[in-house]
Design a binder for this molecule. Sequence first.
Ligand code: F6R
Length: 607
Amino acid sequence: MCGIVGYCGPKAASQVLIEGLKRLEYRGYDSAGVCILKDSGFKVIRRTGKIRNLQEALGDGEAGNCGIGHTRWATHGEVTEENAHPHTDGNSEFAIVHNGIIENYQMLKDDLEHKGRVFRSSTDSEVIAHLLAEHYRDSLEQALRDIIPLLKGTYGIAAVTSREPGKIIGARNGSPLVIGIGEGEMFLASDVTAVLAYTKQVVYLNDGEMVCITSDEYRTCDVHDRIIKKQVELVEWELEAIEKQGFKSFMEKEIYEQVDSVQRACQGRINPEAATGHLGGLNMLPGELREIERIRVIAAGTSYHAGMIGCYLLEKVARIPSFAELSSEVRYKNPVIEPHSLYFAVSQSGETADTLYAMRELQRKGAKVLGLCNVIGSTIARESDGGVYLHSGPEIAVASTKAFTSQLTIFYILTLLFARMKHYSLEDGLKFIEALESVPGHLQTILDRAHQVEALAKKYAGFKDFLFLGRGINYPVALEGALKLKEISYIHAEGYSAAEIKHGPIALINEQTPSLFIVPDDHLRDKIISNMKEVKARRGKLIALAVEGDYGVADIADDTLFVPRAHELIYPFLMVVPLQLFAYYCALELGCNVDQPRNLAKSVTVE
Ligand code: F6R
């Protein structure tokens, strides 16, 4: 989604802003712009397309040590230079960048046009710049404070005025803002990655808070100008973590990182002596955990698929009725909070609007919601009633890969924890731990054979439609495989339970629609083989993801990829990585931009 960066300090603002905007590129955007404050007035430069275009337009840079920049992901108005941010009041006195959506902008715009204000864009954001001009007396901070009650919707705003050079005012409601504290310089950004090259000391703003930064200080307050003392936090991520480090793309790097990230997600969270899990962040006593009678997961996209697998495990192994739901659906269904229920909001970014709003709705009704997030200090992480960090390091590629396997890891540990409180013996627990700890080694084996997946992708990338089919704990893996393929290669793919195809999707089967079957050697193997035969009988092409040595499956399939033989519960890890690689290589084969697929954004902060 959109990204904000602001700078006040001794450096050339244009260079710092371009650097910051490049770091935000991964979030997805279609145009970008900067506003540089000068001794007299300011200069706004905007371009559609890559940050490179903006950088070229800036040339050697504009003189000026304070400015704001933005990457836009269009919501209101097409992708044009006029619609790109920063937006101004038309007199080059006030400029703003805005993330979020101003829902009542049309009414505000009509009103401002009646007052003679001329609008140059079709965005909702431009009203903010005009409102500031209308309300300004002698303080930008006060003007922003005055207009906030007029704005309905969500926003992260950074505003400047030529009347107060060297100063940036920010306000947050539903769209993240973070202050970066440097030595003799200050930053304001929507995402820590934009400032990580300069400082690791940050302050996260909450909804309803405002900030004023100059090169040597920041001041945080609420909308009534009451000072708010904020805690300075240290970002754990290293700069290298947001660089490609020799890989062709972030997605490739993140797929390969999974050997380590799964291990990291386990670190300090397994107690081998008691053969159980240890998740301190849950903030729950053993007695409270023992009282839990049902678990609900809310999430979107890939995180939802991880939640489905988590729920399958929790129910099957820990014997707790568990159910994953799309957060976008939960918010508006007026959910009933059952007693002794525990909710998990699962989100890599911790900023997904659908999940955040659903979580707030559940909390409003008295639910206890724990967060399962990757981004430290993210809104869901801060607003949840406790939770667990994935510690997978920054995930930059739009398509989620390593966060998925880390989310699974946490669900496995959670399952172990609950199972050991109930019916699991010490021996059962030890076997479960052994299985989980074998995952990184198996992933390494799979990654060492990536060339086999590449060859398969080269053979199949020309097909226009795919079915991904799995059952049981691997049914959500089929959904995830289909999602990965469609989002980065734009090949149409549907994920289904293999059992379900006879209820409709089998009508799609022909020689042009390959079916990729996930076939672990578990209790459902023979049933899946029957489903494969149903497809074969209709001349459908068959790709199988099977377990090493399972020639019974390979004999039926047109092509087979093997994964190592393992404990049946851990196959979701082993099956999903070849599917990530398959999507990745298909996208490369088709010449797609794997890190920034069209129309998509990394962190979806609008509903
Ligand atoms: C798919 C993908 C998305 C996200 C979804 C939720 O590769 O990345 O489907 O999983 O937008 O995002 P988070 O996990 O940040 O809440």
